[in-house]
Design a protein around this ligand. Structure first.
Ligand code: SF4
Length: 365
């Protein structure tokens, strides 16, 4: 706790607030309002939990982007998992995905109708399930960003080494920088600065954002998860904008290196290759996903079971797509807190523990 106290010191927070107000004041005198975007589900929760939006001057708007891996997973992916479940395959998954609606229902509903859907607390549990004597076919729902992909690469390598013939993955793995480029190019989003994710950056490194800052003139600052980390990151972005700079700044140097984690990058590259990926709200982004490499095709559920992940239909009226692009805050969705609650979620942003709508519902209402 002593360690954490250092990142939650109220005097330091007040000092940062004064600096933020000073930098935002410079922007205001130039007639400027700015829109910042955080792109990490853990930041989303921390910002809501600590009331950080209330800390910001009126001319600084902070929105959430596509930082929650469950939320950005397209409804069509759930449809493919449902198809597999209906064929009698055992679906192994983390808990959040069970309640995410596909075009025609959820895995929780399929389970209630008799499908075998097992919630795992680690991917290794899914592999163990497939290696039990007399085990059924097991498909693990592999959803996540670079942080999750590294351990999944290790899991896939273990499955290959063990000859686990009844195990495969339905992959919806995504990489962050290309999605940020799509957002940077979208005038409707109008983002002026990215608060870059901490865990993902530990894998890919700060240098991964340099093309973004150079090409689009958008400052990118990496921040940790404590309140002071986040305030420091936001201060850096606001000061860069007030100064007319656009650099990559690593405010989380106690964890993130410029080159990232080379071991994790090598493990990922060994098992996965770049592929196009469908993002909820952002559409298909070329090269923004990771697919299982051809030599390991037997462990790719799409090829092994002949299912295809096609574009799905989001729930009517759900505005998760706009929330994930930072175009609206969750409470601008007409269903927020009424037809859509954490107990009865309509869209994935209300299901996931890292979703913007769930964070808003829990802390910011
Ligand atoms: S409040 Fe519910 S329906 Fe509206 S965007 Fe969020 S998840 Fe979707």
């Amino acid at each position: 706790m002593k360690y954490l106290d250092g990142f939650r010191d109220p005097d330091a927070a007040r000092f940062l607030r004064r600096r933020i107000e000073a930098a935002a004041g410079r922007l205001a005198r130039a007639g400027r309002s700015v829109r910042l975007m955080e792109v990490c589900g853990t930041h989303t929760m921390a910002i809501a939990r600590h009331g950080i939006r209330d800390f910001l001057p009126d001319n600084v708007f902070l929105c959430s982007g596509p930082g929650c891996p469950v939320c950005v997973t397209d409804a069509g992916y759930i449809d493919a998992a449902l198809e597999l479940a209906r064929r009698g395959v055992t679906i192994a998954t983390f808990g959040d995905l069970v309640r995410v609606p596909g075009s025609t229902g959820t895995l929780a509903e399929a389970r209630a109708e008799g499908a075998r859907v097992v919630v795992c607390y680690s991917p290794a549990e899914a592999l163990a399930l497939a290696r039990e004597p007399g085990a059924p076919e097991v498909v693990f729902l592999a959803v996540g960003f670079e942080t999750t992909v590294a351990p999944l690469a290790a899991l896939l390598r273990s499955a290959v080494a063990a000859g686990a013939t009844r195990f495969s993955m339905l992959a919806a793995l995504k990489t962050v920088p290309r999605a940020l480029a799509v957002l940077a190019e979208d005038p409707e989003v109008g983002v002026n600065g990215f608060l870059c994710p901490a865990h993902v950056s530990a894998v890919i490194g700060a240098a991964a954002y340099e093309p973004l800052a150079e090409r689009y003139g958008i400052p990118c600052t990496i921040a940790g998860f404590e309140p002071l980390d986040i305030l420091l990151g936001l201060l850096d972005l606001i000061e860069q904008l007030a100064d007319g700079r656009a650099c990559v700044v690593n405010q989380y140097a106690r964890v993130v290196r410029r080159e990232g984690n080379r071991k994790a990058q090598a493990a990922i590259a060994e098992m996965f290759e770049p592929a196009d990926a469908a993002w909820r709200g952002l559409g298909v982004i070329p090269g923004s996903g990771l697919a299982i490499r051809e030599p390991f095709a037997a462990f790719d559920a799409e090829r092994r079971h002949g299912v295809a992940v096609r574009p799905g239909r989001p729930a009517p009226g759900c505005r998760c797509g706009d929330v994930l692009k930072g175009k609206i805050l969750p409470d601008a969705c007409p269903m927020f807190g009424g037809a859509c609650t954490p107990e009865h979620p309509v869209g994935p942003c209300m299901v996931s523990g890292e979703g913007s709508c769930a964070a808003h519902h829990k802390y910011a209402r």
